[in-house]
Ligand binder design. Sequence first.
Ligand code: GSH
Length: 258
Amino acid sequence: MKPFTHFMNPVSLILIILILPVFYSSMAEVLPPVLTSKSEQPPFMDGITRLYISYVCPFAQRAWITRNYKGLQEKIKLVAIDLMDRPAWYKEKVYPKNMVPALEHDGKVTGESIDLIKYMDKNFEGPALLPTDPEKAEFVEEMLKYSDTFLSTWYGSLKAEGPLKGALGTFDHLETSLKKFDGPFFLGETFSAADIAFVPLVERFGGYFKNELSYDVTSGRPNLAAWIEEMDKIDAYKHTKCDIDLYIQFANRVAGKK
Ligand SMILES: N[C@@H](CCC(=O)N[C@@H](CS)C(=O)NCC(=O)O)C(=O)O
């Protein structure tokens, strides 16, 4: 039998070396297990940077996408928490607000998803998520603020009357905003913090519309359709997608339906 190295001529070796990182970067990361009230606290303040998340939380997903997009998988360790069966040490020792996301970095723990996008962008390497151009920077800030309105309108209308009436205007607002720099992203060709702020919300609310109300949020909204299509090509996001059935169950409980 010929030895394995027989196939390893210099050309195939170079090809493997070139292709392997591309292949590896598009592979889904093996995610850590979800820690519950019975789980021991992982090491803390030992110089390792940790991002505390829940796999179902849209706010945690924002920080998680940021970490992935900036290529920080090796530098920022994920710690997944079960929000329904939260470990006591999380509130007591890690983050007194007892919420996710939270980032343990440089001897302190900070939270709030939008702040964390900005913090990671400023303090770590990787592609910039906030523009330096003043007009674009102002627009990103405007969109980040609007993501709160998008969220509160959704839950307000879900509770009051069902989302078809109340939330449609907010999807129209996204459609118009995506035109400003000619898409497909909010800043045109450049992916930014604004895309990260909205994608976990659009994923969930759009999924609810589709599955529960047979309504496609992209119909009549070509910019939104193109945005979702582009977002779905981004591994940093793709690997963080939620289980939409779990979200639908949650939203129906909020709506008092089931
Ligand atoms: N404004 C916060 C919201 C974070 C948040 O609401 N996280 C939820 C999970 S999706 C949470 O930790 N809830 C736990 C609790 O409220 O006790 C952010 O943007 O990070």
